[in-house]
Design a binder for this molecule. Structure first.
Ligand SMILES: [Zn+2]
Length: 195
């Protein structure tokens, strides 16, 4: 697999304006279109093996030691081949990343996203699916899964069902659908555990 923006699926980018900007006017932000351009350029460098060398440099470490203003939020799969900082050729402090298998979004993920928008100034949210996603493959296969994997599979099932009638590759369709709907919203939530 050659992970690039062409093989990964960039499905959802939402530009937050108005309320989000007003929520924290002190936080610097990069406009959503500029943020997307940075991601595409970084992914092109990655695809061509021309990635930036030596990150993070000392100056960048120092600049981000006290504060952070990530220019994009990435909601991605936990798959080891899809690390956003690597495939978009970004450094420390550039991306606010939320990852779960199957790029599911539960309450904790939503809270993380809202935090980045409201307090860190991020204006672009990218939901990133990818080829050969194991979580989506498991959901597509149906049946039960052991342990908490079952929770993942069940949360992806609505996307599988929604993509069932689509033409083309079933897995690619399910991956695309999983990243284009609020995955996890109709599945089980991770409730805080108390005693
Ligand atoms: Zn995956």
């Amino acid at each position: 697999m050659k992970p690039s923006l062409r093989s990964l699926i960039l499905l959802t980018s939402l530009a937050f304006s108005g309320w989000a900007i007003a929520a924290d006017p002190a936080a610097p932000s990069v406009p959503a279109d500029e943020a997307l351009s940075r991601l595409k350029a970084g992914n092109e460098r990655f695809a061509q093996s021309k990635v930036s060398a030596g990150q993070p440099v000392a100056a960048r470490r120092a600049a981000t030691a006290q504060t952070q203003h990530p220019f994009a939020i990435i909601v991605g799969c936990a798959d080891s081949r899809t690390a956003p900082e690597i495939i978009f050729d970004q450094g420390i402090g550039d991306l606010f990343v939320v990852r779960t298998a199957g790029n599911l979004v539960d309450d904790y993920a939503l809270g993380s996203i809202e935090y980045a928008v409201e307090h860190l100034g991020s204006r672009l949210i990218v939901v990133l699916g990818h080829e050969r996603c194991g979580a989506v493959t498991a959901a597509l296969a149906g049946g039960s899964a052991p342990g908490h994997i079952e929770s993942l599979v069940r949360a992806i099932q609505p996307a599988v069902a929604a993509s069932k009638e689509m033409k083309g590759d079933p897995l690619a369709n399910a991956v695309a659908t999983a990243a284009s709907i609020p995955a996890g919203s109709s599945g089980p939530r991770n409730e805080p555990r108390g005693t």
